[in-house]
Ligand binder design. Structure first.
Ligand code: SAM
Length: 266
């Protein structure tokens, strides 16, 4: 008999392969991001990047590519399933380590890194000033002086600020035997909260023998280059040195879909 699990505590991050499709990742996307990160490092750092810290790494697809190319990588994430997927995928690769940590405040038993990366538009989930500052302090303590911290953020001016919960997008995807009905909602926030929107992601995953519903509530703080610059300054650990649009040094910021903030450890 088919079982249905209506447990709203379940998260799409418990299903790493499905999460990638839900996030509309296309083949080659991660490789292109790693290629651009390397270009940024070459442009702004005079020494080679040998050790990389991957924040909210998930299964660390970026870290896995870098580790296979000879970098030493440590990733942090709070999701045991994403970390387990990363460990399984990188079995036999001794240059990558995963730690279960919250992004807001953490420490690691690691030597200092040459660079940190925070990909996939997750930085804006830190919504409180205190969280952002303790995050920057945690990262800063793990970086060498002069090290770079690259933060990938989506352009957010297309987000609708809503007064009541509203459906935003819906689609259905098929992955092997599983059919996933994805519904995304926007939810309202008090105007003075600093949070631009709450993105609610609901996935009804129909496996052949059971159906699981996941629900993730992802708060999004409006994050633009000047707010990142201010946060960097306030942390006293970083200076903001650049914002690049769409993995390019030449695309104007005004035309971008996403941007990469580059901070330097002072
Ligand atoms: C969109 S995924 C990105 C994963 C990976 N960086 C990538 O590009 O594929 C976001 C990740 O952030 C993690 N995450 C979200 N909030 C977190 C928090 N407060 N502390 C630690 N990890 C968090 C999730 O578990 C998830 O693996």
């Amino acid at each position: 008999m088919k079982r249905s699990v209506h447990d709203t505590d379940r998260s799409i991050y418990e299903f790493p392969a499905i999460f990638r499709r839900v996030h509309k990742e296309r083949p080659g996307d991660i490789e292109a991001e790693v290629w651009f990160l390397r270009k940024v490092w070459r442009r702004h750092l005079e020494r080679p990047v040998r050790r990389v810290l991957d924040i909210a790494c998930g299964n660390s697809p970026h870290g896995q590519i870098l580790a296979r190319a000879g970098c030493d990588v440590a990733g942090i994430d709070r999701s045991p399933s994403m970390i387990a997927a990363g460990r399984a995928e990188s079995r036999g690769l001794d240059r990558i380590r995963f730690y279960r940590r919250p992004i807001a405040k953490f420490a690691l038993p690691e030597r200092p890194f040459d660079a940190a990366i925070f990909m996939s538009e997750t930085f804006p989930v830190m919504t409180r000033n205190a969280e952002i500052l303790s995050h920057l302090e945690s990262v800063g303590r793990l970086l060498k002086r002069g090290a770079l911290y690259c933060i990938d953020v989506d352009r957010q001016d297309g987000l609708r600020v809503v007064r009541s919960r509203q459906i935003w997008r819906r689609r259905t995807i098929r992955l092997g035997d599983a059919i996933v009905e994805v519904r995304a909602f926007n939810r309202p926030m008090p105007w003075d909260s600093g949070i631009h929107s709450i993105f609610e992601l609901e996935c009804k995953i129909r496996f052949s023998d059971r159906t699981v519903i996941t629900r993730d509530l992802i708060p999004i703080r409006y994050t633009i280059p000047c707010t990142l610059e201010m946060a960097a300054k306030a942390s006293r650990m970083f200076e903001f040195i650049a914002a690049y649009a769409d993995l390019s040094f030449v695309t104007p910021l005004g035309e971008c879909d996403r941007w990469l903030g580059v901070l330097r450890r002072v």
